[in-house]
Design a protein around this ligand. Sequence first.
Ligand code: BYC
Length: 328
Amino acid sequence: MYGGGNTFEKLQTKALKDEDPQLLAVFEARIERGEKIEPTDWMPDLYRKQLIRMIEQHAHSEIIGALPEGTWITRAPGFKRKLALMAKVQDEVGHAQLLYSAAETLGKSREQMIDDLISGKSKYSNIFNYPAFTWADSCFISWLVDAGAIVNQTANARGSYGPYCRALERICIEESFHLKYGHHCVIHLATGTPIQRKMMQEAFNRWWPPMMHFFGPSDKISAHTEVLMKWKVKMDTNDNMRNQFLDMYVPKIWELGLTLPDPNLKKNEETGRWEYTEPDWEEFKRVINGDGPCNAERLAVRRMAEERGRWVRKALLSPKSKYVTPLA
Ligand code: BYC
């Protein structure tokens, strides 16, 4: 287990024992009735901590996720693609702003969250630690990473914490434009010249394993799912989300004549579930813990942005100061 297995469960049980049982019962009854919990409402400490962890990681994923696609803005094929990609990348950064604000309502400052990101203490999505070598990689991200995000986020937008759900609703609307743009880009390459088709196929071969990881470790080893589902922060398990994604998108991928690098991938018509080769969870663990192909590069860019933007933040926070100089 990633969260430390039994030790993690023991910590959770202990954390709940320290809560006032009456307040806890009222809180859980509200969640059961489908009410939203708002920032000034009473909540168990563990709910607060879990939400901060998850929303913060999500926010980091949006700003880090802007990087592999962002590098393709200057090289996008044609003016229309450039405009669309630029708008998409701006949207992703905007999503991070919404999510940092939602996490701040729980008591962790944005500065602390950014510090934890650039020091490597906080996690962000595994998938953005892989390089986008070609334009086709950027098309894969726009279509399928956004599609995976929509599967996860439309479910969790029906969850219990008001500020997170409201942010997710808005994010999903914007992501659905990204998905249409990405689908269009993939169709264009998949139905293009042999070189374009080859480039698209190679992108699928590269990105499929991290895409399978994107939904989180299998339910057998997921550390947080149980408590998060009990309190309706997560509305479904990692494996169910993965299955829903496969159900919606594998037929569309095959329809384009593209293949996926997993000989065992098929739908079991009896169970209605997809069967696949078990993803390599050791690689996943390595990547999310800092040892992926691009972790160092991604964090270096964020660190540079943080340092170079310091004077702007200073100027905004003390607008009367005459002595704020760039890179001070
Ligand atoms: N990557 O107990 P589990 C986007 C960690 S951005 C990294 O199952 P949980 C986009 C997990 O944190 C959208 N780490 O965790 C942006 C935990 O470690 P810790 C990204 C992962 O929280 C720009 C451990 O593994 N979406 O779409 O119950 C351009 C055990 O896992 C990952 C979100 O962030 C991962 N994939 O469930 C284009 C959605 N998976 O913290 C597109 C919000 C797991 O104990 N997040 N871990 O050290 C979630 O829904 C949930 O956090 C997850 C994981 C389903 C991802």
